[in-house]
Design a protein around this ligand. Structure first.
Ligand SMILES: NC(=O)c1ccc[n+]([C@@H]2O[C@H](COP(=O)([O-])OP(=O)(O)OC[C@H]3O[C@@H](n4cnc5c(N)ncnc54)[C@H](OP(=O)(O)O)[C@@H]3O)[C@@H](O)[C@H]2O)c1
Length: 247
């Protein structure tokens, strides 16, 4: 992936990992459009920065996604990079019958969101030079945290989907997976204060260094996520499940 001169759309660009990626890519000389539901968060991200734009959009709603994609392309015809970063993570108790709304919203946002937005933009992207799609999965795609079962499943699914997308688009659009470990953001309440999670700055530094490798790795994996990413390959899957779920 080239690191400068792109026009990049980042969903969930108003907070956390998406926001920091947006600021770093902008600082490298890229035009960046941040998208999400909260206008104020997006406005705070772009405040005073030329070459940064915001667009309110909700990746839960199929019709809104199609309209949103048309608007992005109309306003930013140079768009060549899509970063599907928006996501939600909810705790779920599977031991008794429950309202499945959280599970359904998780699949709609984390899995259908990227599928639908990619579908809405693929004709445009496939016709551009240097086109890239980045899907943000998670270390939990590879070893599940039992308290967030549908989240883990949505990320395992987006991992698999990304492999197929890469194969189908080979030679036309570069497809990259970014699988973070536990990072200090507000993805779940209070998570940004947890000492045992990776500091956001350190995560972004390592991530940007990996993006700038030539060629960019097809999976962006900071060192810390290796424990989860390679557990199965290294014959330590059961042990990793046990360790991850010990607390
Ligand atoms: N932090 C971690 O430990 C970690 C680890 C592995 C993977 N990840 C993944 O990294 C990505 C970013 O998460 P984060 O940690 O940076 O948490 P975050 O700050 O909560 O970011 C999630 C972003 O997604 C946006 N979003 C959520 N639902 C949306 C919707 N329906 N439509 C449009 N935007 C929506 C949110 O913006 P609005 O609320 O304004 O819509 C928010 O900016 C997620 O995919 C997450 O699963 C995070």
């Amino acid at each position: 992936m080239k690191m400068t001169g792109n026009t990049i759309l980042i969903t969930g660009g108003g907070s956390g990992i998406g926001r920091e990626l947006a600021l770093r890519f902008h600082a490298l000389g890229n035009t960046v459009i941040v998208a999400g539901r909260r206008k104020e968060a997006l406005e705070r991200t772009i405040a005073g920065r030329e070459g940064m734009h915001s667009m309110v959009g909700n990746v839960e709603d199929p019709e809104a996604i199609a309209a949103f994609a048309n608007r992005v392309v109309a306003e930013h015809p140079a768009l060549n990079v899509l970063i599907n970063n928006a996501g939600v993570m909810r705790r779920e108790d599977l031991t008794r019958t429950r309202d499945l709304r959280d599970a359904e919203e998780t699949i709609v946002t984390n899995l259908f969101g990227p599928i639908r937005l990619t579908n809405a933009l693929i004709d445009h992207l496939a016709a551009r030079q240097n086109a890239v799609i980045v899907n943000v999965s998670s270390g939990l795609a590879f070893v599940p945290l039992s308290g967030t079962p549908t989240y883990n499943a949505s990320k395992a699914a987006i991992h698999s989907y990304t492999v197929s997308l890469r194969e189908q688009l080979r030679g036309r659009v570069e497809v990259i997976e970014l699988a973070p470990p536990a990072v200090r953001t507000e993805l779940t309440p209070g998570q940004s204060m947890r000492d045992e999670y990776m500091p956001l700055d350190a995560f972004i530094d390592e991530t940007m260094a990996l993006f700038s490798r030539e060629p960019t790795p097809k999976e962006i994996l900071v060192e810390r996520v290796g424990f989860l990413r390679w557990a199965e390959r290294d014959g330590r899957f059961d042990q990793a499940v046990e360790m991850l779920n010990a607390h």
